[in-house]
Every structure is written in structure tokens, then in C-alpha cells.
Design a protein around this ligand. Structure first.
Ligand code: BGC
Length: 405
């Protein structure tokens, strides 16, 4: 199935997961906090902060024409109101390198991490976080707008709310969990995240009106044994996506990020029942990935169809991939995922604009550390040598032919 010539074929990263040395970020402190649920510290990670040029060249060499990467807020604003122009200049060089190699950048403004000073004020439990975020977005758009094309304001605020604040898996959520009920924390951050997105978008558009802005949401496929309208009323589903999908209205595109399918337990009638969505319960006997959730490549096509029906907006797959130390599994996963997207476009008319595989590099998988491999490219943690995996060449083939299976 042939695609438009401007279809974006990319690979994705997140600043904190690949850059290394993000000492002003809240995760750095989280990793070193006594008793925190962290496997190991991120340290130098893949040293992408210094090796971005090599990584962009590798990406372009695979035949890809787009790169999703993050700007680390804590590098731009290490203390409230104190701006690092050296950091801004760094990201200008990254954007210029993309341009040099014919790679379209899609930039994420915030991906699970916040500056430590913001986390110390409660993260998104502090209502002013939305205003601070919008000011940071405006600053970046003013300084770098001439080089920006696509911007994702926030990566998966729905996941941050539900895993970070509800279950204490991010730093502000972990701190809050010592004194606050998780359910209350997840509910409290939602309006602030939503306002951060819409005010962040407005600030970007005011400074750089040509930039196409979207939100990235964690949107897996659901296993539910009832009709779709019942599913949509289910509290677990509303928490995970309903409330967050609402605030994509007015955006230029929606970032769909899916990996697996998960169970929405049938509504029990109890409005406080979080149902089965707040983890990834594996249906009996299913093949699992390293993440302990089901290996289910068709999830992304199902999520894209649902988002198309619910929003009608252009869709960018901004993350999709598999945690595995067996690269043949990645090949199988990519084939299945792209097939499911091809069917979604053909059968439902999904307006698909791009696909970004997660991830370009094996990297720091948050609480799990480096023991999960999502990369198309392996990285030696001592020498930082990059090694292209067969799955990368396999994926690049679709990009070079510009086709979905
Ligand atoms: C996150 C990434 C993460 C990936 C794989 C996504 O939900 O945005 O940061 O590495 O899942 O678990």
C-alpha cells in the first residue's frame, strides 16, 4: 500500500532516556532516593546528548525521514526562571543536523520528567505547573520556532497520571504517595495536565504559528466483552483516555502510542472501581514481552481506528514497539503492527500521517533500568558504540519503499 510522499517514517526517543547526565531533572533525584522503585540509575545512558549527530546520521542511513526527540525542560530552565541559552543552542544544533540530513523533527516538550524544582512543589499537583509549562513552551517556540515543524506538548499525561501519580512510579507521584491517596492524586493532576496542554499549544502557536502541535497519549487496545459505548463509559477507560482525548480538540494531530492490549474489567457498578486497566493484566496463556504484558502487534491499528472514530483528527503513531532481547521478535512485531495500520487506513479511512518506531536506541527504560531492549540500534554502555540490528534494516525497507504491508 503506497503512501503520500510526505509520510513521516521515523524512530522515537525521549530526552531523559537517551541523553545521559540530566542532573537537574526530578528523575535523577528519584533514581538516587532511598527506597525508590528504581532498578538502577540512568547515568550516561546512551550519551546521545553528545552523540546526536552520529544518531541522526544512522537514522537517515536506514532510510527514515523523521526523528522524534525530546527537549529536556530541566536543561532549559534548571532553576525557576533561570534560562540556559547554551542548552537552547544545543537543541538548535540538533534541529540543524536533522535539516542537514533531510530528517523532519518531531519535538516533545515534556516526557515523564520535570525539573527538580517543579517536582519539589508537587509536580502537576501544583496547579501553577500548567502556567510554568506554557511559559517554557513559549520560550522554546520563540527561540527555536524557525526550525520547529511538529511539536508534541506532553508525552502521555494519561500514563503519568495513572502510573506516576496513582501508583507512585514517578518522583512527584512517589513523594505524594506517602501522604496522599493515589486515586485522589490521579484525579487532581488531570485538570492541570489538560490546561498545560492547551496553554502550551497556545503559547507555541503564538510564537510560531506554522508549527503543527499535538498531544501524545498512551492508547493501547482494549479487551472488553461488551459493546463499544459501554466500554467508553467504563471508569477505567475514562481515566486512561477519555478525559485526555477530549483535550485534543483544536490540535493539528493526535499522537497515538500503543504497545499491547489490556483488559477493561466489565463495569462492576462501583464508581470507584478502577477495573482492570491500571496495569497490564496478561490474559491466561498469552505470549509476553520483556515488559510482562502481551505480545500483541495489532494493538496499534486498533487504537488508531478508535482514535479516528472519536476525534476525526490526523493521526501520528508517535510510539510503537516491543521490549525484547530477541531481534527476530522485533521484526515480527513491526510486520504485524504495520499490517494492522495498513488495514486501518484501507478499511476505516484513518488519516495516518506518520509512524515513529519506539525506539531508535536501546535506552533507559525508567523504573526497569537498562534491562529492557526496545531499540532498532544497540548501544554498548561502556564504549557507546552503536550496532544496527536486523530489525532496523527490515523497518527501513518499508520507509524506502514508502509502503505499508
Ligand atoms: C513511554 C516510553 C517508554 C515506552 C516503552 C512509553 O509509554 O513513552 O518512554 O520507554 O513506553 O515502555
Amino acid at each position: 500500500m503506497q503512501l503520500n510522499k510526505d509520510f513521516l517514517w521515523g524512530a522515537a526517543t525521549a530526552a531523559y532516556q537517551v541523553e545521559g547526565g540530566n542532573v537537574a531533572s526530578d528523575w535523577w533525584t528519584f533514581e538516587h532516593a532511598e527506597g525508590a522503585p528504581m532498578a538502577e540509575p540512568s547515568g550516561d545512558s546512551t550519551d546521545h546528548y553528545h552523540r546526536y549527530r552520529e544518531d541522526i546520521i544512522l537514522l537517515a542511513g536506514l532510510g527514515l525521514n523523521a526523528f522524534r526527540f525530546g527537549i529536556e525542560w530541566s536543561r532549559i530552565e534548571p532553576f525557576p526562571g533561570q534560562i540556559s541559552y547554551a542548552a537552547i543552542d544545543h537543541y538548535r544544533r540538533v534541529l540543524a543536523t536533522c535539516e542537514e540530513f533531510g530528517v523532519t523533527p518531531l519535538v516533545t516538550m515534556m516526557h515523564h520528567t520535570v525539573p527538580l524544582w517543579l517536582a519539589e512543589r508537587g509536580g502537576f499537583l501544583w496547579p501553577e505547573a500548567a502556567d510554568r509549562f506554557a511559559a517554557y513552551c513559549g520560550l522554546v517556540a520563540t527561540e527555536l520556532g524557525d526550525k520547529l515543524r511538529y511539536v508534541m506538548t506532553i508525552n502521555q499525561p494519561n500514563l503519568d497520571a495513572n502510573l506516576g501519580y496513582r501508583r507512585g512510579r514517578t518522583y512527584p507521584g512517589w513523594i505524594a504517595s506517602k501522604t496522599m491517596d493515589g486515586e485522589a492524586a490521579a484525579a487532581a493532576v488531570e485538570p492541570t495536565f489538560r490546561r498545560a496542554h492547551s496553554e502550551g499549544r497556545a503559547a507555541i502557536k503564538a510564537a510560531a504559528p506554522h508549527v503543527k502541535v499535538g498531544l501524545g497519549l498512551a492508547l493501547d487496545a482494549w479487551i472488553f466483552d461488551g459493546p463499544e459505548d459501554e466500554l467508553r463509559k467504563h471508569k477505567a477507560v475514562t481515566d486512561w483516555e477519555g478525559n485526555y482525548l477530549e483535550c485534543t480538540q483544536g490540535d493539528d494531530w493526535v499522537g497515538v502510542q500503543g504497545y499491547t492490549h489490556k483488559v477493561a474489567a466489565a463495569p462492576s457498578g462501583d464508581p470507584n472501581d478502577p477495573g482492570g486497566a491500571h496495569g497490564h493484566p496478561a490474559p491466561e496463556g498469552e505470549r509476553l514481552t520483556q515488559m510482562k504484558y502481551p505480545f500483541y502487534p495489532a494493538a496499534i491499528g486498533e487504537a488508531a481506528r478508535r482514535v479516528h472514530r472519536l476525534t476525526g483528527l490526523p493521526i501520528m503513531i508517535t510510539e510503537n514497539g516491543v521490549g525484547s532481547d530477541d531481534d527476530t521478535e522485533r521484526v515480527e512485531y513491526i510486520q504485524g503492527a504495520l499490517e494492522s495500520l495498513g488495514a486501518a487506513v484501507r478499511e476505516d479511512g484513518v488519516d495516518l500521517r506518520g509512524y515513529f518506531h519506539w525506539s531508535l536506541l536501546d535506552n533507559f527504560e525508567w523504573n526497569s533500568g537498562f534491562a529492557r531492549q526496545f531499540g532498532l540500534i544497540a548501544v554498548d554502555r561502556r564504549t557507546f558504540k552503536r550496532t544496527i540490528k536486523p530489525s532496523a534494516t527490515f523497518y527501513g525497507g518499508f520507509a524506502l519503499r514508502n509502503e505499508l504491508p
